[in-house]
Design a protein around this ligand. Structure first.
Ligand SMILES: [Zn+2]
Length: 252
């Protein structure tokens, strides 16, 4: 009887030990950490490049959704390579930055035209220079279920915009996302510091991550994020130990 009890006890210890080990391992896995996905859209490569030292110093790994790559100069292509080398993700934002819904439903192009011209043609140019985007963002956030389905044949995820006051739409699990709604942090978004802090708090408390969208950094454009806003996010992340995820890391 005693022997049986000892054997059972040992088995329990082994099982508990094993489980504890597994759980501990999972918790230490990077994808379990709450975090921030910082995304920048369009073609402001010169501007982004000038802020690489700041992003590096804060340990940021951001995602740059690129459009109009066919108009990049050789110097801009070199800068984009450099951004990639610093650990950032180079993602895709169409060939010409057309509103895709207008392109199909107002201008009466077919979805095949859309995919061929606005996706495949631009991707091919980037591929030729060694960029292989695996995630996609819609110009102007204009999307629908048909486009999502088509684009998910090419990409691991598609990102639209969160134009609502429901910030929880922009807080997602740290893995296996297909459809993301980024929260704008540009001047044009008119969000307060408090709004941005509370959405980051929420991501932290839920062990999830928040998706932010910006364009250029600290320029006069209304589509730029201010340095103040960027520093607010970087400082919050540092203080609360939030991890920076690229979009491809949380997609799948
Ligand atoms: Zn854009």
């Amino acid at each position: 009887m005693a022997k049986t009890t000892i054997v059972a006890f040992c088995a329990l210890v082994v099982i508990l030990g094993f489980n504890t080990g597994c759980k501990k391992f999972e918790k230490q896995g990077q994808l379990q950490d709450p975090g921030i996905v910082l995304t920048f859209d369009d073609n402001m490569v010169d501007n982004w490049y000038s802020y690489l030292p700041l992003l590096d110093s804060a340990g940021v790994k951001a995602t740059f959704y690129i459009c109009k790559y066919n108009r990049f100069t050789n110097d801009q292509k070199r800068k984009l390579q450099e951004i990639k080398k610093h650990g950032h993700e180079i993602a895709f934002h169409t060939t010409n930055h057309y509103n895709m819904e207008d392109y199909v439903y107002k201008q009466k192009h077919t979805i095949d035209d859309l995919m061929r011209c606005e996706v495949e043609a631009g991707l091919k140019l980037m591929n030729q220079d060694g960029f292989y985007p695996t995630t996609f963002a819609y110009p102007y956030g204009a999307h629908n279920g048909v486009f999502d389905k088509m684009l998910l044949r090419y990409f691991k995820s598609v990102r639209a915009l969160n134009g609502t006051q429901d910030y929880s739409k922009s807080i997602v699990p740290t893995e296996k996302n297909n459809l993301l709604y980024g929260l704008g942090i540009d001047k044009s978004s008119r969000r307060s510091d408090q709004d941005i802090n509370s959405v980051m708090e929420s991501a932290k408390d839920n062990r999830a991550c928040v998706i932010f969208v910006a364009h250029d950094i600290n320029t006069a454009s209304k589509y730029a994020t201010t340095l103040h806003r960027l520093m607010q996010i970087l400082n919050f992340a540092k203080k609360h130990n939030l991890k920076y995820y690229t979009v491809s890391e949380i997609s799948g």
